[in-house]
Design a protein around this ligand. Structure first.
Ligand code: 5AD
Ligand code: SF4
Length: 446
């Protein structure tokens, strides 16, 4: 019996890649184990978006070497694998397989080589127009299923490794996405999340030629589908018909993650983001003018090389103007192969930390304000779990907000009785910066 253990770092694309890798390994005759110590093959699916993420995998590999990785096989997949390539064999000689995501379709062949005793197996070519479609995906989450619609990235943001680690953009055919989505509803899934580094540049390569809004609309109309999410959007390719689709089709979630990165047009230009502050704000206006109340979230990098205090202030101002529902803030991190590495005026670490904290505090106040508006409203949640510590059910609203709630009729899971997986109406009674709390409103809902 061949056993493997897998640990995944990084974004949802990586999480979903791992689900496909696990499916492939199971199909090839491997069994998954929960502890690395019990596995013959240890797989790390890695992230290199920031230096810290990259260091994590090397720490893991070092620890294992010390603590008895003897006799085990190690595989490094994902973005660090693609970025560092064969250098990984030098840094960590006990690694036998190094493969980036653009090579996963060749995973079965690579496993054969590994089993034949080859200790330097690689999958590092980025020269592909294939996507990793497999019927053997082993999904972790029983309620929300990921579907990759587009892989790779053709943008060239000055700070970002992704174009180097995930290769050129390639879209799946609309038909194959629809087939996967329909088969998921047949399995009982009611919520899916369409994934890509830049979903807005999706273009069906078949003659149907759907754009992203068309695909979104079609997926939203599949029988049994209740919620369709998508991530990530690039502002440059984010067009108005996406908002129109959300307005027209209630199954499309009213939440858009639209990373702005900076509120200063000068910084955006140095970042090669391909849009100005004004152009970004136009997209925000579309959303604010939509019929549905659309939640907007973003990513911001503080301390990009050369970012002046005045430019940072622009970001603070933009955050106030947009009133984001949530924000991921990152301190700029130097990445190999990227143009920004060569830029002048790198910002000292303690200044980056200061800007991070200032923005975080501002955003916390904005979220308090935003969330307080929901008190007294009734929101539909998809129930995701139960929190024993707080004795509350955990729900997720259409806008992707966490809404914890109590149900006097079923205060806790009871034998086979659970609310998990159901869609219920919840009255919001309290709001915090990061979540809402309430009580089940409609006991008769499905
Ligand atoms: N340093 C800091 N943050 C980065 N991101 C991407 N590259 C870097 C970098 N070199 C952030 C961006 C992106 C998110 C996924 O990670 O904000 O949207
Ligand atoms: Fe990390 Fe980016 Fe790779 Fe996702 S695509 S795993 S965030 S480097």
């Amino acid at each position: 019996m061949k056993t493997f253990y897998i640990e995944t770092f990084g974004c949802q694309m990586n999480a979903h890649d791992s689900e496909k890798v696990v499916g492939t390994l199971l199909k090839t005759g491997y069994t998954q184990v929960a502890e690395a110590a019990d596995a013959e093959l240890i797989v790390y699916n890695t992230c290199s978006i920031r230096d810290k993420a990259e260091q994590k995998v090397f720490n893991r590999l070092q620890t294992f070497k010390r603590d008895g990785g003897k006799g085990k096989l190690f595989a490094v997949l994902g973005c660090v694998a693609q970025q560092e390539g064969e250098r990984i064999f030098e840094r960590a000689p006990h690694v036998s397989l190094v493969a980036g995501s653009a090579s996963y379709t060749k995973l079965p062949e690579m496993l054969v080589q590994l089993e034949a005793g080859n200790r330097r197996v690689t999958g590092l070519s980025l020269d592909t127009n294939e996507t990793f479609d497999t019927p053997f995906t082993r999904r972790d989450n029983p309620h929300r299923a990921y579907i990759t619609i587009i892989e790779g990235c053709d943008k060239a943001c000055a700070y970002c490794v992704v174009p180097f680690t995930r290769g050129p953009e390639r879209s799946r055919t609309g038909e194959s996405v629809m087939r996967e989505a329909a088969s998921l509803t047949e399995l009982g899934y009611t919520e899916v999340q369409l994934l890509g580094q830049n979903v807005n540049s999706y273009r069906d390569p078949s003659s149907a030629g759907w754009d992203f809004a068309a695909l979104l609309t079609e997926v939203g109309q599949i029988q049994g589908m209740r919620r369709v999410r998508f991530t990530t959007s690039h502002p440059r390719d984010f067009v108005k018909n996406i908002i129109d689709a959300i307005d027209e089709h209630p199954t499309l979630c009213n939440h858009v993650h639209l990373p702005v990165q900076s509120g200063s047009s000068e910084v955006l230009s140095r970042m090669h983001r391909l849009y100005s502050r004004d152009q970004y704000m136009r997209r925000i206006e579309w959303m604010k003018n939509a019929r549905r109340d659309i939640a907007i979230t973003t990513d911001i990098i503080v301390g990009f090389p050369g970012e002046t205090e005045a430019e940072f202030e622009q970001t603070l101002k933009l955050a106030e103007e947009v009133e984001y529902d949530s924000m991921f803030i990152f301190k700029y991190s130097k990445r190999p192969n990227t143009p920004a590495l060569e830029y002048e005026d790198h910002i000292p670490e303690d200044e980056k930390t200061r800007r991070f904290t200032v923005l975080q505090e501002r955003q916390r106040a904005i979220q308090m304000r935003r969330n307080a508006k929901y008190v007294g409203t009734t929101e539909q949640v998809h129930v995701e779990g139960y929190n024993l510590a707080t004795s509350q059910w955990i729900g997720r609203t259409m806008q992707n907000k966490t809404l914890n709630f109590q149900d006097p009729g079923l205060p806790a899971p009871d034998g086979g009785k659970t609310l998990v997986g159901r869609y219920l109406d919840v009255l919001v009674t309290r709001a915090g910066p990061n979540s809402l709390a309430g009580e089940r409103a409609d006991r008769c809902a499905n």
